[in-house]
Design a protein around this ligand. Structure first.
Ligand code: WT7
Length: 666
């Protein structure tokens, strides 16, 4: 297939895929995972997890209980044990004589580099922990981290973990408003940010968003934030609030390089991470320490076949997402890995930047998202062909279903036709990988995440919660508790129960559609709720709808995710304008102006990633008699298909009105 013939990630072709790639014997012989791992876990699931927890994690107080499920659905794992996540990620490697091993190869977008050893990391994290303490942060206080991909970002997260202050990382691409609501929900005491970061060849400011998020706003309670710690990255001008703002270098560089980690209970909160749900309000997903760390380390070791002494690992995710938490910070560092972190975009200063980094650092394990792979396909295979990628031996994919064409391209062009691909299914809520092939064991299939990992129990069920037979389709569920599972939604236990545990009795409802093939392997088919997946980022239709209706010209809005060749899905919005503004959109120029205004408004309310690709002004929205918007019909319009069955609409002529209106404005 010519490399520029990127096909849309159609789920149709997933259903006709039959290729399989058995592991090579040489790889299998050296692999961390052996087929017996499944048997061991199946024979004694809890014993298996307890063994992983003892082997991969160091406990200051060993646990004696594995799982307490008596307060289901809130699990307690290893509950009578004590540990510190930062000690596990850093200090113990130094104590084991590995202080000189590089933990982080940092590459800034402008080309500046820094190699940070485990011994360096121990000093930096200790200093930062002392600095946080000096600023009044104590065990249990929440700290918001709003940073680009820098060494300091990893240090900041680990410093929080070191003192037992749960961090809440907010992706640097989120707006001031999004930051404000997350700070408020978590009642954070401190924010760690930077003046800015480098993005596409230019400094991009961050600090102004923090200033705006903390500024008094009518009707909203005063912020709980006492201090803002500011990393100097770009050197750009920043506004300064005396008494509140503190430079990172002033606070951290002069702090003591010794700090005694605070040993916390296994169930002590490690972090909160906000993610979009089906309502307008993001959910603060809560993760605790012992179980989370165990599963992060276990999955990182077996799914990526990590050999800490020889591999160079690179996960391209930002720390603002759960992938950055589990597979940049906690998994790899707990395992003592050497990894690359990169500040910028893949096309700066040229479209071969990633491959140049693979060659430069001899990256052997690469973990990225299908959207990035499809973008590279579009750019053409001659770009990666210009670099030596022969160091790569394991390739990972995460964030959305990977279409077989992208999978095959990844294998052939990036993996030299030999590196196994692990398509890893999981969620912010699951904390760690749940469904994935094991390299060296599983015969991989393009487009399928295939099998629950040893220790994990997943199934596909129908509407009545019955397990579907091989060949059948339905909803993905997790049937048994797992160590890294979320412990709740911050401050909202009821929402936790309603969202995940009310659909099917006793089963965790993931929100994904799935099918089993004839071998019983699982194929993920995308979300079945009002959650979209744009470039592997989760966005809520409702959240974008509420952003749109908060603009004065909009009366009503409906948002759908339409299939997109590169980003998986794209946001398409249908809006009804308020009477007095309806005329504005009657000319093409007027419509364009309104659309631009609304796009910017969404960027301001949520962040640029949520900007609708298309905004269509319509006279009506299709609703059922009970008033529910039938997004399925709008998706047909957005994907240029014939509109499906509209007979359950309260007014069946609405779709004709919409289609006619759009045809006339084309
Ligand atoms: C949703 C979770 C897990 C880290 C990144 C996203 C989709 C994730 C896959 C995959 C098919 C996938 C699901 C899931 N998803 N990985 N390998 N195959 N779909 O985390 O933002 O919490 O989103 O991403 O729909 O529910 P997240």
């Amino acid at each position: 297939m010519p490399d520029n013939e990127t096909t849309a990630p159609s789920l149709e072709n997933l259903l006709h895929e039959t290729r399989a790639f058995p592991p090579g014997p040489a790889f299998a012989a050296q692999a961390n995972a052996q087929p017996s791992l499944y048997e061991e876990a199946a024979a004694d699931r809890l014993g298996f997890w307890a063994a992983q927890a003892r082997e991969l994690v160091t406990w200051s107080t060993p646990f004696t209980q594995t799982l307490d499920w008596s307060d289901a659905p809130v699990a307690r794992w290893f509950a009578d044990g004590k540990l510190n996540a930062a000690y596990n990620a850093v200090d113990r490697h130094v104590e084991a004589g590995l202080g000189d091993r590089v933990a982080l190869h940092f590459e800034g977008e402008p080309g500046d580099t820094r190699a940070v050893t485990y011994a360096d990391l121990q000093r930096e994290v200790s200093r930062a922990a002392n600095a946080l303490t000096a600023l009044g942060v104590t065990t249990g206080d929440r700290v918001v981290v709003y940073l680009p991909m820098l060494v300091e970002s990893v240090v900041a997260m680990l410093a929080c973990a070191r003192i037992g202050a749960p961090h809440s990382v907010v992706f640097g691409g989120f707006s001031a408003d999004a930051l404000r609501s997350r700070i408020a929900d978590a009642e954070a005491k401190l924010v760690i940010t930077a003046d800015g970061g480098y993005r596409r060849g230019a400094p991009s400011a961050l600090k102004p968003a923090v200033d705006e998020a903390l500024a008094p706003k009518d009707g909203q309670p005063a912020t709980t934030v006492e201090h803002v710690l500011v990393v100097r990255r770009t050197g750009q001008e920043v506004d300064w609030t005396e008494g509140r703002d503190v430079w990172w270098h002033d606070a951290v560089e002069h702090a003591d390089a010794f700090h005694e980690p605070v040993q916390v209970d296994a169930e002590h909160p490690l972090f909160i991470l906000y993610t979009s749900g089906t309502t307008g309000k993001p959910k603060g997903i809560l993760h605790t320490t012992g179980g989370y760390l165990t599963q992060a380390a276990y999955t990182h070791k077996f799914v990526f076949d990590l050999k800490a002494e020889s591999d160079v690992y690179w996960c391209t995710a930002d720390i603002g997402w759960v992938t950055g938490h589990s597979y940049v910070v906690y998994g790899p560092l707990t395992n003592g890995a050497t990894q690359v972190i990169y500040e910028g975009t893949p096309d700066t200063p040229h479209r071969g930047r990633w491959w140049e980094l693979v060659e430069k650092y001899q990256v052997s394990i690469l973990y990225t998202a299908p959207t990035a792979i499809r973008t590279c396909m579009k750019w053409g295979e001659d770009i990666p062909a210009g670099f030596d990628l022969s160091s790569l031996r394991v390739l990972g994919s995460v964030g959305e279903p990977i279409n077989p064409e992208a999978w095959m391209w990844y294998r052939r062009v990036i993996g030299g036709d030999t590196a196994p691909i692990v398509d890893t299914w999981w969620q912010t809520e699951t904390g760690g990988i749940m469904i994935s092939p094991l390299p060296g064991v599983t015969a991989t299939k393009p487009g399928s995440a295939q099998v629950a990992l040893p220790g994990i129990v997943a199934d596909v069920v129908d509407d009545e919660a019955h397990s579907v037979p091989d060949g059948g389709g339905g909803y993905l569920v997790l049937s048994e508790p797992w160590p890294a599972m979320l412990r709740g939604i911050w401050g909202d236990l009821q929402r936790f129960k309603d969202t995940y545990w009310s659909r099917f009795e006793g089963l965790y409802f993931a929100g994904d559609g799935a099918k089993k093939d004839e071998d019983g392997d699982i194929w993920l088919l995308g979300r079945v709720d009002d959650v979209m997946n744009v470039s592997g980022h989760r966005l809520s239709t409702t959240e974008i709808e509420s952003a749109l209706v908060s603009h004065e010209v909009v009366a009503e809005a409906a948002v759908v995710g339409a299939a997109d060749e590169t980003t998986g899905q794209a946001v398409v919005a249908f809006v009804i304008l308020r009477g007095e503004h309806a005329d504005r959109a009657s000319t093409p120029e007027g419509a364009q102006e309104v659309q631009a205004e609304l796009r910017n408004h969404v960027a301001k309310e949520i962040g640029p990633i949520a900007k609708p690709r298309r905004i269509l002004v319509v006279p009506e929205l299709p609703k059922t008699r009970s008033g529910k918007i039938m997004r399925r019909l709008l998706r047909d319009v957005a994907e240029n298909r014939t509109v499906g069955d509209a007979t359950t609409l309260a007014d069946s002529s609405v779709m004709d009105l919409i289609s006619a209106g759009l045809a006339s404005t084309k």
